[in-house]
Design a protein around this ligand. Structure first.
Ligand code: AMP
Ligand code: ZN
Length: 487
């Protein structure tokens, strides 16, 4: 397909848009750093995962087979990203007097439920860090073998300066080693390190530490950065296509992943690094530690003082799609309200599309409309431009309905397929029923749509049968000016 060869992606490594070319013939490898499951995912986290869901969906729409790996971090992520403090999961388990795996289970479940409501597709593989201790130990061994790490007091540290002699450390985040050295502070475990910049790939566990495993260096646990290197290598190969995450992961997490992969295997792990920008609240990054985070559930229920009412998951998803993934997106109740209007307008147009009358010749260039959808998404997954182009199509749908433009049957069929595919498969939107986004409401929407289809082909027997059978089931259908509704 021609559109496939036009895809450009912004690579954080080069700081530029580059033509996308897959390394393997068989599949595109996509790795996204998943959540650390010690608390509920907030709306900011969701933005990153929904952005990668869009990327995953569009790659598949282009015809690629994608192996999408998104991990669950269930050990090793310490309180600070620089590797200080207590393990986030252990700490929560200690405070709540639960098993660490109870914490992991609870928040993994929450994460899955939220992703499901936002209609984000599950990844192909969702590996956990605790399930890959052996692979991590293997990787540490090979880094040690290359002389790029050293053991100290039961911990193993990556030797950043030694690595930097042959490979530039800091290339992804644009940091210079001299500046990094100048900026280092006195940190925990400093006495064990040769240089403050060195980071732990294995940490010696104290007696009280609860999540720990035996290793050649003693009882301990893996460093946070290492899990992604081990799991991406295992499932996608030494070098794969796309590695993603929020831009706050660029340093140190992803920088360290590049160093670990290069040190252990001699090749840089990913060809393209994609980073999403932050969801903000009053201009400040939404984050749990800043105490300004909103939970998706609060939006769906309207249960938060920042909200004037409840918003359905599809409105929230549409709101996220209205900003490019590399731009910040500021949350406000007004912005959600505007997204709701836009979303309804788009859904109304989809309904109208199914009722358009055809003529012999189209009066406008339908192909140009379709091409504009591909052009937007091929330009580094530009969803807001795609939405603007879809609204241009909405204008045409209304003009046809008003008899001011015309369309022939073949054009309409092709347009319907592509337009619906971009709205439902690529943007991942779903028709949200009056009663919310529950499955029953969706099924009812479908039944009413089928009844409408029967009416439009004057199949009165079928449309009456549907109405009567629904009535028997206790559901009243009312036909109104704007279509049917049920109660
Ligand atoms: P964490 O569980 O903290 O490792 O975060 C999971 C993902 O959410 C990471 O890719 C983060 O970069 C991302 N993330 C965290 N806060 C935000 C935010 N305010 N906006 C967008 N993404 C975020
Ligand atoms: Zn990661």
């Amino acid at each position: 397909m021609e559109a496939k060869s036009q895809l450009q992606v912004h690579n954080s490594l080069s700081g530029q848009k580059e033509k996308f070319e897959s390394i393997h013939q068989e599949f595109v490898g996509l790795y996204v750093c998943g959540p650390t499951v010690y608390s509920n995912v907030h709306l900011g986290n969701c933005r990153t995962f929904v952005s990668f869901d869009l990327i995953y969906r569009y790659l598949m729409h282009l015809g690629y087979k994608v192996r999408y790996v998104r991990n669950i971090t269930d050990v090793g992520h310490l309180e600070s990203d620089e590797g200080e403090g207590e393990d986030k999961i252990s700490k929560k388990a200690r405070l709540e007097q639960l098993e660490p795996m109870e914490i992991v289970q609870q928040y993994t479940l929450d994460f899955h439920q939220v992703m499901d409501r936002l209609n984000a597709l599950p990844p192909s593989i969702e590996p956990t860090a605790t399930g890959h201790i052996i692979e991590q130990i293997e990787m540490i061994r090979s880094i040690l073998d290359k002389g790029l790490a050293y053991e100290s007091n039961g911990s193993v540290y990556f030797d950043v300066l030694k690595y930097n002699e042959t490979h530039p450390y800091g290339e992804l985040s644009g940091r210079k080693i001299e500046d990094l050295i100048a900026g280092t502070r006195e940190l925990d475990g400093q006495d064990e390190k040769r240089n403050p910049l060195d980071f732990a790939i294995w940490k010696n566990a104290s007696k009280e530490h609860i999540m720990k495993w035996p290793s050649p260096w003693g009882i301990g646990f893996p460093g946070w950065h290492l899990e992604c290197s081990a799991m991406s290598t295992k499932y996608l190969g030494e070098t794969f296509d796309i590695h993603g995450g929020g831009m706050d992961l660029k340093f140190p997490h992803h920088e360290c992943e590049i160093a670990q992969g290069t040190a252990a295997l001699g090749v840089s792990p990913a060809r393209y690094w994609l980073h999403t920008n932050m969801l903000t609240l009053n201009g400040k990054k939404m984050s749990k530690s800043l105490g300004n985070s909103l939970l998706p559930e609060e939006l769906f229920s309207g249960n938060n003082e920042l909200l004037d009412k409840a918003y359905g998951p599809m409105v929230v998803r549409f709101f996220m799609m209205q900003a490019h993934y590399r731009s910040t997106l500021d949350f406000s109740s007004e912005a959600l309200g505007a997204a709701e209007k836009g979303f309804q307008k788009l859904m109304d147009a989809v309904r109208k599309l199914d009722q358009l009358q055809v003529v012999k010749e189209s009066s406008f260039d339908v192909e140009a409309q379709i091409e504009s959808y591909y052009a937007a998404m091929n330009d580094d997954f530009n969803a807001p431009i795609l939405i603007a182009n879809l609204f241009e199509s909405v204008r045409y749908i209304n003009l046809i309905a008003d008899g001011k433009e015309k369309i022939n049957a073949a054009d309409l069929e092709r347009w319907k397929t592509e337009l619906k595919s971009f709205i439902f498969n690529v943007l991942g939107l779903q028709i949200e029923s009056e009663s919310g986004n529950d499955q029953f409401g969706q099924v009812m929407d479908l039944v009413l749509e089928m009844r409408q289809e029967a009416r439009s082909t004057k199949n009165w027997a079928l449309s009456d049968l549907i109405r009567d059978r629904l009535q028997e089931a206790g559901i009243q259908v009312k036909d109104g000016k704007d279509g049917a509704s049920w109660s």
